[in-house]
Design a protein around this ligand. Structure first.
Ligand code: AKG
Ligand code: FE2
Length: 470
């Protein structure tokens, strides 16, 4: 409205002024109320970390790692809700918060799926895997929800059940929501009586819930049409050879054959650099020949390699790009660093192969349940990956072995040691028995470094053969 052209209108403004100031005062009260709420929420968050601390040492436990991701994300969401509404736009703290490193939803999903793949491999129930670090009802619900969205209905069911068991008055998730998810996941898994049981419990709590009434009627009808009724309470997954090996189940024949293999000191065929410091060489398998070299890299060199790699790590890829079959981060290091160059030289000395056409040293760190499913290192190249030199830069407490499912071999990571094998036979064909995998890491931080050695330059070092069988 226009005021200056009418004194009558101007006199109305007196009332307006009173209103303005009174409202401003109320506004400040409301802001104060928000500050109070922020302080209360901060206290709750602090209390949460105090009562249920995550120890950085414990991150090698997959549940502790997942818990930290879930909590950080939840904390961030509640802080963000306030700061986005804040009066003080773009103040320094808001900017600092914006740049904080917060796990994304994909992190939670990946971590929960890593956990579930460990449960599948080792047949672990939620109460088994949370022996060291327990999850509260809300955290367990999140794991269940991620499993549900990935159609892993049995695991979803078991996690919802675990959550229901831990429900308290402080939980954000409610009994009704959990019962609904329990019923739904049992239905999708195919266990109709269980779906009906939890549906009925929900209806008892919430008698006016018409949707559940409809569902229960549907389940009753379906019950007579369906024949199978799988037991949702018992984990019963079928295992491949890869999974059995990862669980550490080695058959008697394999271990007998392994015991017959030998161990010796080697000078790399009289290499002057190895004459006075021969390497400890152990034959891990005869066909394909897999050799383990002990103490070929020092703890100090390992620390240096980890330190230069840390800021450069990014999600490892496979032939088809980023993939669920390979969950690790890695980086190819350039040869200009002295430690990298020294390690390259040592590999050349030990293997007697030329590093001229080799790839840069590839440092790799695995995540929660991190693995690399069975694959060949050779990518059908003209100048193929003739051999692999795999250095273990850490021990792994549980899981994380390198396994060869075709021949039944399992190699346990041992810090400072390396394993070596030829991917290609002398006739240039891929040795199909060199298919291998990095097993899911169950507990520990697994670091490895690969050196992929290529064909070009090896003509006189590893003579070719025209024979079909060599
Ligand atoms: O981590 C392992 O044990 C195996 C790694 C591997 O096979 C690869 O990176 O190609
Ligand atoms: Fe590999």
């Amino acid at each position: 409205d226009e005021f200056f052209t009418s004194t009558d209108k101007i006199s109305q403004l007196f009332g307006e002024e009173k209103f303005l100031l009174a409202t401003f005062s109320l506004y400040i009260d409301a802001e104060e109320e928000i500050v109070k709420r922020m302080k209360r929420d901060l206290l709750l968050l602090q209390l949460g970390t105090y009562l249920d601390p995550v120890d950085p040492e414990e991150i090698k436990d997959p549940v502790a790692a997942l818990k930290l991701l879930i909590r950080l994300r939840a904390e961030w969401l509640s802080i963000e809700e306030y700061t986005q509404k804040s009066l003080y736009k773009d103040n320094v703290y808001q900017i600092l918060l914006e740049y904080a490193q917060i796990p994304q939803i994909e992190d939670l999903e990946g971590a929960a799926l890593g956990l579930i793949s460990l449960q599948e491999l080792y047949k672990l129930y939620p109460h088994n895997i949370t022996k060291e670090t327990s999850l509260n009802a809300d955290e367990a619900y999140i794991v269940g929800l991620i499993a549900f969205r990935q159609n892993k209905f049995q695991h979803a069911f078991l996690w919802f059940l675990y959550s229901l068991d831990r429900l308290t008055e402080y939980s954000a998730i409610t009994e009704k929501e959990l019962l609904r998810y329990l019923s739904d996941s049992a239905y999708h898994f195919g266990s109709l009586p269980v779906a009906m049981y939890f549906g009925q419990r929900l209806l008892n709590l919430d008698p006016t819930n018409d949707e559940v009434k409809v569902l229960l009627n549907l389940y009753r009808l379906l019950r007579f049409q369906r024949t199978s009724n799988p037991d949702i309470f018992t984990l019963n997954t079928q295992s491949s050879k890869y999974e059995t090996l990862c669980r550490g189940e080695i058959d008697e024949r394999t271990s007998k054959r392994q015991r017959a293999l030998s161990c010796r000191y080697s000078t790399g065929g009289g290499n002057p650099r190895l004459m006075y410091a021969p390497v400890k060489e152990e034959v891990e398998w005869d066909e394909p020949r897999i050799i383990r070299y002990h103490d070929i890299i020092s703890d100090r060199e390992i620390e240096i390699l980890k330190n230069i790699s840390r800021p450069l790590l990014s999600r490892s890829e496979t032939k088809g790009g980023v993939s669920k079959i390979r969950t690790s981060q890695s980086v190819f290091l350039k040869d200009d660093n002295t430690v990298v160059a020294r390690v390259n030289q040592r590999i050349a000395d030990i293997t007697g192969l030329s590093m001229k056409s080799a790839e840069g040293l590839h440092v790799q760190n695995y995540g929660i349940g991190g693995k690399y499913e069975p694959h060949y290192d050779e990518w059908d190249d003209e100048n193929g990956r003739i051999a692999t030199f795999l250095i273990y830069m850490s021990d792994v407490e549980i899981g994380g072995s390198t396994v060869f499912p075709k021949v039944g071999v399992s190699l346990k990571p041992k810090q400072g040691s390396a394993v070596f094998w030829y991917n290609l036979r002398k006739n240039g064909n891929v040795d199909l028995n060199t298919e291998h995998a990095g097993c899911p890491v169950f507990r520990g931080n697994k670091w490895v470094a690969n050196k992929w050695i290529h064909e070009f330059g090896q003509e006189f070092r590893r003579p070719c053969s025209l024979s079909y069988s060599e």
